[in-house]
Design a protein around this ligand. Sequence first.
Ligand code: KG4
Ligand code: ZN
Length: 337
Amino acid sequence: MPTPSVILAIESSCDDTGVAIIRGREVLSNAIANQTVHEQYGGVVPELASRAHAQNIVPTLESALKTAKISVEEIDAVAYTRGPGLMGSLHVGTAFAKSWAWAHGIPMVPVNHMQAHILAHFLAPDPSPSFPFLCLTVSGGHTQLVQVDGPLDMTILGETKDDAAGEAFDKVAKLMGLPYPGGPILDRMAAEGDGLEFAFTKPKVEGLDMSFSGLKTQIWQFLQQHVQRNPSFIEARKHDIAASVQRAILNILMDKVETAVEQTGIARVAIAGGVSANRGLRARLQAKEDRAGWQVYIPPLAYCTDNAAMIAMAGSLLFEAGGRGILSDEPVPRWTF
Ligand code: KG4
Ligand code: ZN
């Protein structure tokens, strides 16, 4: 058996600076510096994100090396997020990763962040899904339903036409006066509410594509009407509102996943991206495993939201397949596959 490759990876596509080191499928370290500066602005401010990456990247790298107890000489390749993401954020990670790899004479491997979210399923210790499988990738920037036929053989079956599912959570949370990112807060509030209290209509979107912006407008109108009559409506009913909104978003997602399973005949279903941390989504998928015979793959929380371990896993698979980057590779803020 060949010795598994040691990969150091750098993630900087949005507002989290991550550095991870893996050996084969084993995560030796997964350091992350979360940026809190954006909370007060109700969303990620690109300029501030780039500056924070520049400040955080060296300490995060030092922490990852220390935890992994790996010397630079043992590293076979440096993987980094080339895109998609915010241009300024990508620039910091890309320039740093390429310079660091070049200075140490180590090969560099550019990685697609969305493919990496899916390939997080190959990290130890959980069993990896066998091919083919479907993956619902739901984050703050993307919502995609992907057929995965091989580690590097993926086809997008459907995606959102407007807002991402995480963005829908965050925007509704903002309408309710909650801080950014609102997804996890809505999730916690929903657990104490009744999702059948308020009904929202599901948008009609062709095929396996999705839409969330109409739902956001509907919820905005709904909140306005109620607040006009009762200014403390949101505070008084926040748990039921959160549960009803979450149910509406999950109905859209689950509807499309069910259709994809029917159409492809593939009942192995994985989830990836920040929204896969959502307890409601996890429970609905688990119910499908129990009642409809699906095989469901849910990543550990640390590998759902943005992290560098998933970039390392994707980088490792690409590296083993002969993938190499060059110094002139530029960030790709909009990068489909
Ligand atoms: O994948 P991710 O960390 O970053 C992007 O690439 O976007 O996803 C972040 C998104 C945010 O919109 C956040 O509100 C959402 O994931 N999110 C959640 C939960 N945890 C994170 N949404 C709903 N429920 C959660 N528990
Ligand atoms: Zn992401």
